[in-house]
Ligand binder design. Structure first.
Ligand code: GAR
Length: 210
């Protein structure tokens, strides 16, 4: 089987990008990252990509940028687009065109706490649990079918930083799993639902803590 070709969108630190690179290096993910795309020229994730010998591309989201992306995706026949800490909203034309091929990582137990500042919002709420989700992307923000989630109990002593650290650890477990299921063709998105081995998922797969 030929190796899947993936592009990864980032905006910042890129710890999840690094974790994906590590999972390719240790052969858990049999795929290649064709390019890392960032809207932020100062993203640390770009340095991580360059150190791993991966092409990088900066996009200016205040300007026309979709044409360049389409050229990249079509030229290399990209199988999967990963939003890995990408803090911009992609236009509907783009999400429609690559329907079923875009996955996003989000730091909350979707459908709770869509959008920004999820750790802050969850601390201000009466929730018992927080966590992270991987979902297929639709044109609505943080709204596509959720593939997998991992959760953590919120402690009285928690701050945004402690929650962010625990959620990152969850993300580093669940994102590679969802990616592996996609490239091995176990999961697919059909009519805004997620199917696993051709069975519709009634609810997200729950990743149990290590
Ligand atoms: C991750 O927690 C990811 O879930 C979040 O950004 C962080 C990126 O961390 N994404 C979003 O909030 C998207 N709405 P990283 O740069 O260290 O991978």
């Amino acid at each position: 089987m030929s190796r899947s070709k993936v592009i990864i969108f980032i905006s910042g630190n890129g710890s999840n990008l690094q974790n994906i690179i590590n999972n390719i290096d240790n052969d858990f993910l049999k795929m290649d990252i064709t390019a890392v795309v960032s809207n932020n020229p100062n993203a640390k994730g770009l340095v991580r990509a360059e150190e791993a010998g991966i092409e990088t591309m900066i996009i200016d989201t205040s300007n026309k940028y979709i044409d360049g992306l389409l050229t990249l995706i079509n030229t290399y026949n990209i199988d999967l687009i990963l939003l890995s800490g990408f803090m911009k909203i992609l236009p509907k034309d783009f999400t429609d065109k690559f329907y079923g091929k875009i996955m996003n990582l989000h730091p909350s137990l979707l459908p709770k706490f869509k959008g920004l500042d999820t750790h802050k919002k969850v601390l201000a709420s009466k929730e018992e649990y927080h966590g992270a989700s991987v979902h297929f992307v639709t044109s609505k923000l943080d709204d596509g079918p959720v593939i997998i989630q991992g959760k953590t109990k919120i402690l009285k002593s928690d701050s945004e930083n402690t929650l962010r650290d625990r959620v990152h650890r969850i993300e580093h477990n669940i994102f590679p799993l969802a990616i592996k299921w996609f490239i091995e063709k176990h999961i697919k998105q059909v009519k805004d639902k997620c199917f696993f081995d051709n069975e519709e998922l009634e609810c997200p797969i729950e990743h149990l803590a290590d």
